[in-house]
Every structure is written in C-alpha cells, then in structure tokens.
Design a protein around this ligand. Structure first.
Ligand code: AMP
Ligand code: GLY
Length: 431
C-alpha cells in the first residue's frame, strides 16, 4: 500500500513513524513534511489546504490511502475531492469537519443528539449578543464560530470582558469572517481531558485518554497555545470514567453522525471537562491532537495502518486496542516569541544526545534545513516524547532529553504531567 501523509507537524511525524513500521506499506510520502520527516520518507512541497494540488500529488504518486493530519484541508473539502478522484482517505468529509469548523454547528449537533455540553446561545448580531450577556450578568465564554487557530475562545471573568470579546470578534473582526457569528456559553470547571476515537462512519474504537497543557507558561499561566505538552494516561480517567466517556460522548456522536448521513471516517477528538462526576464536551476536533498524538502513538501497541485504512474503507477492526502500560509524556520546544510573532532560522543542536536517552523519541514540527544546518521554521519546533515506568520516570527521561537540546531563545514548560503526578487519588464519584 502507498500512503500519503498530509501535514508537517509533530503529529504527522508521529504518524509517519507509526506508518512506516507497518509491513502493509510499501512507500510513505509526506506533504509538506518537515526536516525530521524528510529523514524518514520522501517529502513533496505544497500547501495542505490547496485541495486540487494535493489531489494531483495523490494521483501522480498512485496513492492508495491519504492520511490527513490538520483540520484546514478537511474543512476545505480535501476528503470529498479525493473521493471524487477515487482515492481513499482517512479523515471526515467537509460535512463532518463542520464539527470543528463551526462551533455553532457543533453545539447544535450535541444538543440534538443528547451529548453533554454547557448551555449556549448562537448570535449573528453583536448588539443582541451583548444584550444577552448583560441580561445574564455572570461570567460567560465567548467563542468565534469559525476556525481561529485556537485563539477564538475567551473565558471571560466578567460581563465587560465578555462584551469586549464580542466587540473584537463581531465588529472589529479580529478573526475575520470566523467571528461573524459567536457562540456564548456557560462556563464550566474541572480537569480538561483529550479523548480520541477512530471511526469508520458506523463503528468506532477508542484510544487512550490524554491531557494537554494549553497555556504557554508553567502552572497554566499566560496565553493559550496549540499545546505545549501532553501526557497519557491522565490519573482522573479511571476505567469507569473511560467507559462513561465512550457511552455518553463517543457512541452518541458516532450514531448522530451516521443518522445525519455523514460518513465520518477519521478521528473524533473530544475536548472534555471533567468535574467530579460532571462531564461536558467543550469542543470536537475532527483530526488527531497535537501534541496528544505523540503520546498516543508512543503507547499504541499495534500496527496503526489496519486502523487507518479500515476506517477509510468503512470496515474498522473494532477489537480493543492494545496499549502499553507505561505512561508517556511529550514536551514541546517552541521558538522565541511563540504563541505571538515567532522568530525562525535559529540553529538546533543536541538532537542525537536527546534521542539517545532510553525511551525517548524526538519528533520534529517547525524544522527545516538551511545550508545543511537544521534550523527552526515555525512556532512549535520539536516535541520530545518519552515512555517511562511511571509518570515521574517518563518526565525525568523527557526532560533529560530536552536539556540536551540547544535552540537559542526557545521556550518549554517544566511541569508537563505534574498535574497527573500530584493527583494520585482521583476524586471519588458521588453516586
Ligand atoms: P475550545 O476551543 O472550545 O476547546 O476552547 C478553548 C479552551 O477554552 C478550552 O481548552 C478550555 O480551556 C476553555 N473553554 C472552552 N469552553 C469553556 C467553558 N464552557 N468553560 C470553561 N472553559 C472553557
Ligand atoms: N492539542 C489540542 C489540539 O490538537 O487541538
């Protein structure tokens, strides 16, 4: 089988590493990939959201299976265009990608199908949105409807902050058309959990739970990012909680998509808030998480290709997935300036020493080769992943590897997984 991986982050590097190990695959190519992916497979230049160009590459390369990493090409209809060209793809069609591409669509879908989520209203008019916020008179969350690079959510601490967010999104259009419509929802509290399931349009198979660290600084301070690190499994997700997430979130979502006539063959990634025994879905993504994929692939103890290809064919093998007992941690090394304007072109060294730490694998994200030197080329540059006998051991290995890497001006969090290490006794359910 010939496989094309679309994307160029640490998520795609982790997927490429898993795919090339499969005896079912004769060649893997990536578009556009990055300097680390280029060490393992052939990379072809191009923009992931240039749908006709990606389809041309897939045809020219006689690709049997396209694995789509990021959301933008899914929302742009890449999977629909590949299907029209007779090429199988892992990823939902445009109609399914709306779950991530439109928060209003997602919230209405959840309400219609009885999936637990915070109460909300949708507004197309800024004055009406402000009146609603002032009438309720309590802290609310304001979300731009469309894709806003993870920045379109304001968890407002008072009414004025919520109104300022409405003004910025709907009148000043700081996120362009993505902010023409907003969702205003009740604030919920608790532990955030990332939960992935692979779906084939009918059946699904859950992966292990993970926890992301979205803020740039230690202690969950500073601005939101795409994700500064992750670990799996989170202590709060006991077997009972895992089963409950499958029963109350994943199963009704897969059923709802099928009932709505959407052949969802890809990853359903629920962003959850868990507070004691209260479970709420904050959002759905329609692709693998980044950095979650680093820890999920580290722990997945089976060939991923039958899962990806089975889902794409609508014939997913649904046996429970073997997962290694060892926990995994991924620490992101980001460029100077991230998540604002980033500096690129800085030299990267120490990767061999880092990769030599037992249990560690160093995934590339924003890296490029310039005059034979490895340099930074994006906001998140590397993702250092480690398996360990327990979370402390995994963290010790990951940080030993991180400390071996030199990148001028780089930033990383020192507390990835610390919340999981502290919470050894989950709060008992009250029922
Ligand atoms: P989202 O893109 O919808 O996941 O929102 C981004 C981040 O905003 C989430 O990771 C949460 O930390 C926070 N958030 C979103 N919705 C809520 C909510 N209803 N209550 C509290 N925090 C939220
Ligand atoms: N790490 C969160 C995401 O991939 O959206």
């Amino acid at each position: 089988m010939r496989v094309l991986v679309v994307g160029g982050g640490a998520r795609e590097h982790a997927l490429v590493r898993a795919i090339v190990r499969s005896p079912l695959v004769s060649e893997t190519v990536a578009l556009p990939g990055n300097a680390g992916i280029a060490r393992e497979v052939r990379c072809i230049g191009g923009r992931v959201d240039d749908v006709p160009a990606v389809v041309d590459v897939a045809l020219r390369e006689r690709i049997d299976l396209v694995v789509v990493g990021p959301e933008a090409p899914l929302v742009a209809g890449l999977v629909d265009a590949l299907a029209a060209a007779g090429i199988r793809a892992f990823g939902p069609p445009r109609a399914g990608a709306e779950l991530e591409g439109s928060k209003a669509f997602c919230k209405r879908f959840m309400k219609r199908h009885g999936i637990p989520t915070a109460p909300f209203e949708v507004f197309d008019d800024a004055d009406a949105a402000e009146r609603h916020v002032r009438a309720l008179g309590r802290p609310l969350v304001v979300k731009a409807d469309g894709l806003a690079a993870g920045k379109g959510v304001v968890v407002a601490s008072d009414v004025d902050e919520a109104c300022a967010a409405i003004d910025a999104m709907m009148r000043a259009r700081v996120f362009g058309d993505a902010g023409a419509r907003v969702v205003i929802e009740e604030r919920v509290h608790g532990q955030e959990i990332s939960f992935h399931a692979i779906c084939d349009g009918e059946r699904f198979v859950p992966l292990a739970a993970a926890q992301d660290h979205k803020r740039i600084f230690d202690g969950d301070r500073g601005p939101n990012t795409g994700g500064m690190g992750a670990y799996s499994p989170p202590t709060v997700v006991t077997d009972a909680v895992h089963a409950r997430i499958v029963r109350e979130v994943i199963a009704p979502t897969a059923r709802g998509l099928a009932a709505d006539g959407i052949p969802f063959r890809g990853v359903l990634f629920a962003g959850l808030m868990l507070d004691g025994d209260t479970l709420n879905v904050l959002e759905f993504n329609v692709r693998f998480g980044d950095p979650e994929t680093a820890v999920l692939m580290a722990r997945l103890d089976t060939d991923i290709v039958p899962l990806l290809d089975g889902a794409a064919r609508g014939a997913l093998p649904t046996a429970a997935l073997p997962v290694v007992a060892s926990p995994a941690i991924a620490v992101v090394i980001a460029a100077a300036g991230y998540p604002g304007a980033v500096r690129t072109g800085d030299p990267i060294s120490g990767l061999e020493e880092a990769a030599a730490v037992p249990g560690v694998s160093v995934l590339h994200a924003g890296t490029a080769k310039k005059d034979e030197v490895l340099v930074s080329s994006g906001g998140r540059v590397l993702c250092v992943t480690a398996l360990g006998s327990d979370l402390d051991d995994a963290a010790e290995r990951a940080y030993r590897a991180v400390d071996a890497i030199a990148l001028p001006g780089s930033q990383h969090r020192r507390d990835i997984g610390a919340s999981g290490r502290r919470r050894q006794t989950p709060r008992p359910a009250s029922s």
